[in-house]
Design a protein. Structure first.
Length: 129
């Protein structure tokens, strides 16, 4: 059993994603998409023990191994590819075409992501048909 499984990460992520409401004018579009950074912050707010047990910072850094954001990205991409439509979480990509800047506010008002010239993966709970 992997640490991901021992921590019950799939269930925790589904719970977090269920608690993120769609925008006021977008309920017919299904569950809201979030970036990996947003998901990591929301997970950390609800389940701080996860980051402690994984012994990782919220985001990565050049002086330390991968952070929670990177671990979520790797694990979710692997699971979505492996299980496809059976997995309760799906991904999409926000194109960087004509994007100049995107900022996400983390705990304490600290910016997590600044200017981005790369496509951003987006995650959401898979809609039920």
């Amino acid at each position: 059993m992997t640490l991901w499984d021992k921590l019950g990460m799939d269930d925790k992520l589904v719970k977090v994603l269920r608690e993120i409401p769609p925008g006021p004018d977008a309920s017919e579009f299904g569950p809201a998409y979030v970036t990996l950074h947003q998901l990591a912050v929301e997970l950390d707010q609800r389940f701080p023990e996860v980051r402690r047990q994984l012994d990782v910072p919220l985001g990565g850094g050049s002086s330390r191994h991968a952070g929670l954001v990177e671990l979520l990205g790797k694990e979710l991409v692997d699971k979505i590819k492996r299980y496809g439509d059976v997995y309760p979480i799906e991904a999409a990509q926000l194109s960087s075409v004509r994007f100049r800047e995107l900022r996400l506010r983390g705990p304490g008002g600290r910016d997590l992501v600044g200017a981005s010239r790369t496509d951003l993966p987006l995650i959401r709970l898979r809609p039920k048909d």
